[in-house]
Design a protein. Sequence first.
Length: 113
Amino acid sequence: MFTPKYPTPDTAPPSTATLIHTPTTDAHAPACGCQHSPVASSAPAPAPVPAPRSAVQLTPGSLIVAAVGGTAVVLVVGAVLVSMLLAVAITGVSVAICAVVLRSLLNSQNQQR
């Protein structure tokens, strides 16, 4: 049920014809009636491809800025996480104190009866 179904491979023989047609001569009718030879148009040379460059170029100044920025982010995130942990701890302690006070009040009320 979950086995993949692969398509059958192509069994056609490889063709020798190419998709790009390069004419060998410009054998078209002249646009005028005079008897001159057609001028062969020379194709422009392809533009040179620049050498691949790295996407990010780091200078010593940018490395320092990245290090300082990363340190600042770590410190801010750490401070936020510590404050959240402290808030949870304070909430837990206050709930425990409330539970002890309520238990004490209920026990003292039951002993007076």
